[in-house]
Design a protein around this ligand. Structure first.
Ligand SMILES: [Fe+2]
Length: 460
């Protein structure tokens, strides 16, 4: 556990306890939480306790159905009973329901470390008590319209504060940016606000008809939970399908099995060093996997040929970036990956393919992928070079062809990744004449495919 995470957990635990103690001392439990809402006389302590136990039980049931979203935050329908309990009983009830009701079976089985338990509970307790204090401070709640709007406002504060805190903890724990889980799961969390009116209605039904009527809300809440689960499952299915597709392409050639996965890792590490945005990182993730998808359309007689390719065969092989972009184009979800796939064989000096773009004309992510692709190809065995280059030799090649084949700034970034950790870096070459396109083509010796079956200056 990092020092910053330890400080954050300690702080959140302290704030949770302080808020709950304040609530207990300054905010008596609202009589509306009583399980027997008789219009005559004060509720008995037993009825209040039973009412509190009822809402805690509902919260526990909701917590057991939590769904983990792609960004890593948890979405669970227990927020609805917490908001209802907040509306009926005030800050103390909200705090106790959040503290006890969010207990997970994983925690009881000892599968969550103690600091994780503290973080999980305080992340919900603090927003719940803060929301309840705000709700209690709003006057005129005897009018249903005021009460409903006030409850929606308090729920919005509760959800938002919980989301921000959960994202901050995730960021501290995983090292990813604070904005990453927020952006990934913001849509789902915004939809959670739809639970707020349901929560208010649950509280009204509890008051008007009794505890049993609240159980009728189990159906819409469970349906909501199913919708989140389906969303996650569909996304996972999409991810696995894309992975399988990339692996299928790699496996056509036994020498390139796992190539796309490794290129993806290297490209993302370079992206992190270059501080590319979250959306660009996602594009690198998918683009890394799918960059050679166009090889589906290259016949085995060309793809697996060990002898020198003829001019026609070379043309077919070099068509794979454009072909890959055509294959992916109908998939709207993969639109950001298209430039990466199409331009991952462009050279910095303009002698690559398919569009002969020069320097900054080449999309930055394609320049990143090109370096990752070449490094992986050089350090793996190929039919034309059974003994792969060592990482040191590969780095020398990347440096040598910086400004010719590769963007020198991307190579600089690669040097700072773990892939080049402790390698002797020859540094950027001395100022030199950049070869013309014709000279570069000569250097290629008729080849431009660094990750395929042909050597080029950077891979031979
Ligand atoms: Fe390629």
């Amino acid at each position: 556990m990092s020092r910053r995470l330890a400080v954050a957990i300690t702080l959140s635990a302290f704030v949770s306890v302080a808020l709950l103690v304040n609530a207990v001392f300054w905010c008596p439990i609202g009589p509306a939480i009583s399980i027997n809402n008789s219009p005559h006389g004060e509720p008995t302590p037993g009825d209040v306790f039973l009412g509190l136990a009822f809402w805690i039980a509902l919260t526990l049931a909701g917590s057991s159905l939590a769904v983990r979203m792609p960004g890593g935050t948890l979405v669970d329908i227990s927020f609805a009973p917490i908001v209802a309990a907040m509306s009926l009983g005030g800050p103390t009830v909200a705090g106790v329901a959040a503290l006890v009701g969010t207990t997970q079976t994983r925690e009881l089985r000892g599968e969550v470390p103690w600091y994780g338990v503290i973080a999980n509970h305080s992340l919900i307790m603090v927003p719940a008590i803060v929301g309840a204090f705000l709700l209690q401070a709003i006057p005129g709640r005897s009018l249903p319209i005021v009460d409903s709007l006030a409850t929606l406002g308090a729920a919005a504060v509760f959800f938002s504060l919980n989301f921000v805190l959960a994202s901050a903890f995730l960021s501290l724990r995983s090292g990813q940016r604070f904005s990453t889980p927020m952006k990934a799961d913001a849509g789902a969390w915004a939809n959670m606000l739809a639970l707020a009116p349901v929560a208010w209605l649950m509280a009204q039904m509890y008051l008007a008809a009794g505890w049993w009527a609240v159980l009728l809300f189990a159906v819409p809440l469970y349906t909501t939970r199913l919708a989140y689960q389906r969303f996650v499952e569909v996304r996972e299915m999409f991810t696995e399908t894309v992975r399988s597709l990339a692996e299928a392409v790699d496996k056509r050639d036994t020498f390139t099995s796992g190539h796309s996965h490794r290129v993806q890792k290297i490209a993302m590490d370079i992206g992190r060093v270059m501080k590319v945005g979250d959306e660009e990182m996602e594009a690198l993730e998918w683009g890394g996997l799918l960059h050679d998808i166009g090889k589906i359309g290259v016949p085995d007689s060309v793809l697996l040929k060990q002898d020198r390719l003829t001019r026609e065969e070379r043309t077919i092989m070099n068509s794979h970036p454009a072909l890959g972009a055509e294959i992916i184009a109908p998939v709207r979800r993969l639109a950001p990956e298209l430039p990466i796939i199409r331009h991952h064989h462009e050279w910095f000096n303009g002698s690559g393919y398919p569009d002969r773009l020069v320097a900054d004309e080449i999309p930055r992510l394609a320049r990143i992928l090109h370096v990752a692709d070449a490094y992986e190809a050089m350090t793996a065995a190929r039919p034309y070079r059974m003994t792969p280059l060592t990482p040191e030799q590969a780095l020398v090649e990347l440096r040598k062809f910086g400004g010719i084949q590769f963007d020198p700034q991307v190579v600089d970034a690669f040097v700072k990744t773990k892939w080049a950790f402790e390698l002797a870096d020859p540094g950027r070459p001395e100022v030199r004449d950049i070869p013309t396109i014709g000279q570069a083509a000569g250097l290629l010796g008729g080849s431009g495919e660094p990750d395929s079956t042909r050597p080029n200056p950077a891979t031979a």
